[in-house]
Design a protein around this ligand. Structure first.
Ligand code: E4P
Length: 275
């Protein structure tokens, strides 16, 4: 499974790429806002254009998602094309993130605008990451429309199921992949019992129909969910910096290091130390 960093913060992206295990970057308007807030706090003066170009250069050779902010079909297409034209020449690694359904709650009649944008941009040769996916059928339509990536939001599904059932939780709390049982019944949203179940169902459908789109397990809250994304067959998991940092931590590894270090035979160590 590939690992992307889910961040628009240059410091986090730079650090994570320095570890040599990052395969791409995903951003969204909220992540960009966080990054810009942080920049303003630091007093650093840089335009958003220059800032994004720096990210693209750090990620050279790996894909970076930039999301549209327009809501209507024609404007999304126009913005997607402009973003691609403006930023792809920097390092040839931009894909455009399009919400699968850009309409607001209670708004009717625009549900297919995102899919039409995916189709138009993909046909024009612009790689698309179709985002805000909460059902396997949304993912299926995105793949049929030509999306290169589909991004199911695992953590947000878990949050939604917990909220709808008055279960209190912290953002990083683990939610069981097989679902949460209450009064003898597994809680669900529209037949989906967890975020990982959503990822797994999409992976299964893409296998059955040999669809080329890659599944990005997104909205990942902790390292167990990253592991379960891999077990579910996600092609990619996009992880916040904090989750990436958790991936290598185990108390027994650290304790083992301390014990091995305490036991070092001086003559063995000397063999290479002075060479
Ligand atoms: C995916 O591409 C999104 O940027 C992201 O994973 C959303 O995560 P969140 O639910 O933690 O905001």
């Amino acid at each position: 499974m590939k690992i992307f960093i889910d961040s628009a913060r240059l410091d986090e992206i730079e650090q994570a790429f320095g570890y040599g295990i990052i395969d791409g970057v995903t951003t969204n308007p909220s992540l960009l806002k966080k990054a810009v807030d942080k920049l303003e706090e630091s007093g650093e003066k840089i335009t958003i254009e220059e800032y994004l170009k720096k990210i693209l250069k750090i990620a050279k050779g790996t894909p970076v998602s930039l999301e549209v902010t327009e809501l209507k079909q024609d404007k999304m297409i126009d913005q997607g094309k402009k973003l691609y034209k403006m930023f792809n020449p920097v390092a040839n690694n931009v894909n455009i993130k399009i919400p699968v359904n850009p309409s607001f709650p209670d708004e009717e009649g625009r549900d297919f605008e995102g899919i039409q944008v995916v189709k138009t941009l993909s046909k024009a040769g612009i790689p698309v990451n179709c985002t805000l996916i909460f059902t396997p059928e949304q993912a299926l339509l995105a793949a049929k429309a030509g999306a290169k990536y589909v991004s199911p939001f695992a953590g947000r599904i878990d949050d939604y199921i917990r909220k709808n059932n008055n279960i209190s939780f912290k953002k990083t709390d683990y939610y069981p992949a097989e679902g949460f049982e209450e009064n003898g019944k597994i809680l669900d949203d529209n037949g989906i019992v967890s975020g990982i179940d959503l990822v797994a169902q999409i992976v299964d459908i893409f296998h059955i129909y040999n669809l080329k789109a890659e599944v990005i397990a997104a909205s990942i809250r902790n390292s167990i969910q990253a592991r379960e994304s891999a077990l579910a067959g996600a092609h990619i998991a996009t992880l916040p910096y904090g989750v990436i940092m958790q991936l290598l931590v185990h108390y027994k590894t650290k304790e083992g290091m301390k014990n091995f270090t305490d036991d070092i035979v001086p003559e063995y160590e000397k063999l290479t130390r002075d060479k």
